[in-house]
Design a protein around this ligand. Structure first.
Ligand SMILES: Nc1ncnc2c1ncn2[C@@H]1O[C@H](COP(=O)(O)OP(=O)(O)O)[C@@H](O)[C@H]1O
Ligand SMILES: [Mg+2]
Length: 234
């Protein structure tokens, strides 16, 4: 097997003395679409936060490409090509849609406006409201903007925390269609999600996380046939 793009090896992490993740190991290969599913409170958000250096890492190693990023500050991880969309979006509420996208900081070839145009192609609803303040966007639009911001620098790996949060079911499907597109256009995707039915169409590999520990690991077909899928309500 070739080296993974991202790997966690025996990661134990939490918040100060609080241990949330226990002995978590996983890998994401370049070009993959990987989903980690689990119920509320399982540690999904903590897991993504841990990858970008936002928790207390007690034990284990996180590698990105050839680098050990276990102790790397978040801005350096972003510079290395990792985009992160937190569950609460973290858009700048008083800035407009366009200003938020600019803040994402395009670092590739070509100009910023061309890059914003690519984000608008992905999310036409954002193109319709470039001058609207982020705080006045609907939940779905805010999600789109947060993803768009994370895409601005052209990340190789996109981490998304629960795309379905706060969205109506029919919007969830559309959101996952967009994430599918991001993936097929060349970005590796790792997302965490409580809504199991939302991820099975898109993902290639599935992990389950319960009480901070990985349970199931396998292809989406293996997952669909497993008891874990049933217990998570799929
Ligand atoms: N900032 C924090 N400080 C302390 N404990 C936290 C913090 N964030 C989450 N937790 C705790 O970590 C556990 C896992 O939470 P979280 O990662 O948000 O789960 P999930 O995203 O799967 O719902 C919960 O018990 C939660 O209370
Ligand atoms: Mg969460």
């Amino acid at each position: 097997m070739s080296d993974p793009l991202l790997s966690l090896s025996a990661v134990t992490a939490g918040y100060g003395d609080l241990y949330v993740l226990e002995d978590v190991s996983l890998r994401v290969d370049e070009g993959n679409f990987v989903a980690i599913v689990g119920p509320n409170g399982a540690g999904k958000s903590t897991l993504l936060r841990t990858i970008v250096g936002g928790t207390t890492l007690h034990d284990g190693t996180i590698r990105y490409g050839n680098d050990d990023i276990s102790r790397t500050p978040r801005h350096e991880i972003v510079d290395a090509g990792v985009g992160y969309v937190p569950q609460d979006d973290a858009v700048f509420p008083d800035l407009t849609v366009r200003e938020n996208l600019r803040m994402g900081g395009y670092t590739g070839d070509g100009d910023v406006d061309a890059r914003i145009g690519e984000i608008y192609d992905l999310f036409p609803r954002l193109e319709e409201r470039p001058d609207q303040a982020a705080k006045t966007l609907s939940g779905g639009e805010s999600r789109m903007l947060a993803i768009g911001r994370a895409l601005m620098p052209g990340p190789d790996l996109l981490l998304i925390d629960e795309p379905s949060t706060g969205l109506a079911p029919q919007i969830v499907d559309r959101m996952f269609e967009r994430i599918d597109k991001i993936h097929t256009e060349g970005t590796t995707v790792l997302l965490v999600e409580q809504d199991v039915s939302a991820v099975v169409d898109s993902s290639e590999r599935v992990y389950t996380l319960q009480n901070g520990e990985i349970g199931f690991e396998g292809s989406v077909e293996e997952f669909q046939a497993s008891d874990d899928a049933e217990s998570l309500g799929w």
